[in-house]
Write a protein that binds this ligand. Sequence first.
Ligand code: FES
Length: 112
Amino acid sequence: MPDDRPAAATHRLRIEPAGWELSAPAGLTLLQAARAAGIHLPRSCQNGSCRACRCRLLAGRVAYRVEWPGLSPEERASGEVLPCVAEPRSDVTLDVPGAHRVGGPGQEAWPD
Ligand code: FES
């Protein structure tokens, strides 16, 4: 069930194992916040169904924009998360080995 509690203005998002930290403003998904900071996370559908973005939530709490994100209750309980449809409800740490920076000098452009 979606969490409709008001979100705090901004949380911190930490992406491991790189150790990058960025702001995760209210109203953005974790995927959108990472992108705004120039960090590419693996993804495809961006609507919570394909699981391409699935990664591990090491710390923090999230709320889903969709009622039935593509994770089983067991996966959610074990710390799996879908950043494309998850908004932060606290400071959050994700484990995303496939994350990389994009768009800077000498770096690749955003993949579509
Ligand atoms: S990109 Fe498809 S579930 Fe997140």
